[in-house]
Design a protein around this ligand. Structure first.
Ligand SMILES: *[C@@H]1O[C@H](CO)[C@@H](O)[C@H](O)[C@H]1NC(C)=O
Ligand SMILES: *[C@@H]1O[C@H](CO)[C@@H](O)[C@H](O)[C@H]1NC(C)=O
Ligand SMILES: *[C@@H]1O[C@H](CO)[C@@H](O)[C@H](O)[C@H]1NC(C)=O
Ligand SMILES: *[C@@H]1O[C@H](CO)[C@@H](O)[C@H](O)[C@H]1NC(C)=O
Ligand SMILES: *[C@@H]1O[C@H](CO)[C@@H](O)[C@H](O)[C@H]1NC(C)=O
Ligand SMILES: *[C@@H]1O[C@H](CO)[C@@H](O)[C@H](O)[C@H]1NC(C)=O
Ligand SMILES: *[C@@H]1O[C@H](CO)[C@@H](O)[C@H](O)[C@H]1NC(C)=O
Ligand SMILES: *[C@@H]1O[C@H](CO)[C@@H](O)[C@H](O)[C@H]1NC(C)=O
Ligand SMILES: *[C@@H]1O[C@H](CO)[C@@H](O)[C@H](O)[C@H]1NC(C)=O
Length: 486
């Protein structure tokens, strides 16, 4: 018996000693990428072998059903909560805590604190028109952001031959950076396809009697074009969408006017005024990640884990999950630390892209002008914001009467628009402190602009008030923002 114990403890000791001593591979932290089809492969395809469906023309019976109108006919507004095929991450302590909902920017749900509100059409009212503003779907991190910097620093350390990770961090010894930048992930494509499907089911009935093709807008960035096309494919179906609407693509680049990318025309959008959040987020990171640093730093030799790298590791959890379906970084952190991470995103948005930044409302106002133009059917004639006069000056590119409007944009633009629209309920609890998470804060970014989030304005005709307009903002939990009557 004693011998077995000795043997066991010797084995255990050997194992932990071995773990502590394991040197990282020299490739740890290096970037790995793949392209399909591989570069240089040129397939000479003979189209005669693969005629398309219209050439085959044996479709079988194709009677269509009626348009759906779930927003008016269902007893409740449909909910969206699908994260398939992502593996739901756990924390290092509370295994039941919903990590995905603390990612802020990358993904999640929306409940703007308006109890019992619903996007459903009130009894007695009829819906005349909808105005959709949505974000693109889940993407890789933006260029040069924290996850890639962390990987590069780790790889530099591994290259010296002195990096060694153990315990919960042992996976870093052979971990490589598999994320690209900027473009949608496969899951991000699914989010927009599902948004399109959901929109057809809720609002398809509005198409009846409309004899033009809808003009829907996005910007020129790859993920923006992809998001718009996946939305349309979900809405119309992949065999039809290219014929059933017009896609307007606004140039997103410095110096070009576009209300969907207003920072490119606003001098204060990309300077020190725009970056006021750094002090707050740095202060908060040094507080909420202090325990994680104590707990995890001893498991990594040859690399200093501090608030910067730990925050990057939390971002890696989110980005690897939405890109690769699973991430080993997630359960390194506790429930408390995930709540801290969520709050760091709130701080960043409040001071960079929200009510705490004096340059933000000016970036949101251009889209609001376009909305008012559409609601009042009055062309825009004054150009002092980010509105593009060429685009709105034509009733071809900017029609004023459509049953369904759909604009694709970015998270920082949605957050600017809700400031310009003076949605004061979001700012009700005041400026966010860098020292602690206030109880009952009203500003939570994962309720404003997670991947695939969307705001829908409804023009309703109700007996009591003729026409009126209201907004609901939704991801998983739709909520209604009453707005001014039209
Ligand atoms: C919300 O609805 C529930 C159930 O109908 C009701 O008990 C509650 O009072 C409502 N809350 C508000 C603020 O209206
Ligand atoms: C690696 O560690 C050894 C021992 O601590 C040290 O002598 C050496 O300078 C280190 N090498 C690098 C490149 O940091
Ligand atoms: C307006 O938008 C169009 C299309 O994106 C672009 O070609 C044009 O340069 C823009 N005008 C300005 C002033 O930005
Ligand atoms: C941020 O902190 C730096 C250094 O402490 C300080 O100089 C700067 O004024 C602060 N900026 C803001 C916007 O608080
Ligand atoms: C963490 O360490 C890196 C690399 O030394 C450094 O650039 C960064 O400023 C540090 N972050 C903090 C919060 O000290
Ligand atoms: C572009 O926006 C600027 C304001 O930022 C405005 O002065 C200019 O007239 C706009 N140009 C067009 C063609 O819309
Ligand atoms: C669009 O503008 C053209 C030229 O300004 C005008 O002739 C036409 O009637 C307009 N169409 C609509 C639908 O307003
Ligand atoms: C924003 O809304 C608040 C509360 O409804 C109101 O007091 C304030 O005047 C509004 N601000 C603007 C700029 O309209
Ligand atoms: C929470 O904040 C809201 C404003 O957003 C306020 O109406 C409410 O009274 C607050 N509740 C508590 C418990 O402080």
């Amino acid at each position: 018996m004693i011998q077995i114990w000795d043997l066991l403890s010797a084995l255990l000791l050997a194992r932990s000693a071995h773990a502590a001593a394991t040197l990282a591979s020299s490739f740890a932290g290096s970037t790995s990428t793949a392209v399909f089809p591989p570069p240089g492969v040129s397939v000479t395809s003979d189209a005669s072998f693969f005629p398309d469906a219209t050439q085959i023309n044996v479709f079988g019976p194709t009677p269509t059903g009626d348009e759906a109108f779930a927003i008016a006919t269902a007893p409740v507004s449909p909910d969206y909560a699908n994260v398939f095929p992502l593996v739901e991450p756990a924390t290092s302590d509370n295994k039941k805590f919903d990590v995905i909902h603390s990612w802020g920017k990358p993904l999640t749900s929306s409940n703007l604190g308006l109890t019992n509100s619903s996007a459903k059409i009130p009894d007695g009212c009829t819906l005349q028109q909808v105005h959709l503003l949505h974000r693109h779907g889940a993407r890789y991190p933006t260029s040069g952001s924290a996850p890639a910097s962390f990987a590069a620093a780790l790889h530099a350390a591994a290259s010296t031959g002195n990096l060694s990770a153990s315990g919960p961090l042992a996976f870093l010894n052979t971990w490589t950076y598999k994320l690209g930048a900027e473009i949608l992930t496969p899951f991000g494509r699914a989010q927009l396809f599902e948004l399109g499907v959901g929109f057809r089911v809720k609002y398809g009935d509005l198409l009846k009697g409309f004899t033009d093709l809808p003009v829907w807008r996005t910007t020129s960035e790859e993920r923006m074009v992809d998001s718009a096309l996946h939305f349309a494919a979900g809405f119309f179906g992949v065999q039809e969408y290219q014929n059933d609407y017009q896609q307007l693509i606004e140039i997103e680049a410095q110096g070009f006017n576009s209300t969907l990318a207003p920072y490119d025309q606003c001098p204060n959008a990309n300077n020190a005024i725009a970056a006021t959040a750094t002090n707050f987020t740095n202060q908060w990171a040094s507080i909420y990640l202090a325990d994680a640093q104590k707990r995890l730093a001893p498991h990594l030799k040859g690399f200093t884990l501090n608030a910067t790298s730990l925050s990057a590791m939390q971002q890696l959890c989110a980005y690897e999950t939405v890109a690769l379906g699973y991430s080993a970084f997630c359960d390194l952190f506790t429930e408390e630390e995930w709540k801290g991470y969520e709050y760091s995103v709130d701080l960043s948005f409040w001071y960079n892209n929200g009510p705490g930044n004096p340059a933000v409302a000016a970036q949101g106002i251009g889209w609001v002008q376009e909305l008012v133009s559409r609601l009042t059917q009055t062309p825009i004639t004054e150009f002092a914001s980010t509105v593009n006069g060429t685009i709105v000056g034509s009733n071809v590119t900017f029609p004023l009467s459509q049953p369904i409007f759909a604009d694709a944009t970015h998270d920082t633009v949605i957050s600017a628009i809700v400031v310009a629209m003076n949605f004061t309920s979001l700012a009700a609890t005041g400026p966010l402190p860098g020292t602690h998470i206030p109880t009952n804060r009203s500003y939570i970014v994962n309720q404003i602009s997670p991947f695939g989030s969307n705001m829908v304005g409804q023009v309703l005709s109700c007996p009591a008030s003729s026409l009126f307009f209201r907004f609901h903002h939704q991801h998983h939990h739709p909520n209604t923002h009453p707005l001014a009557p039209q």
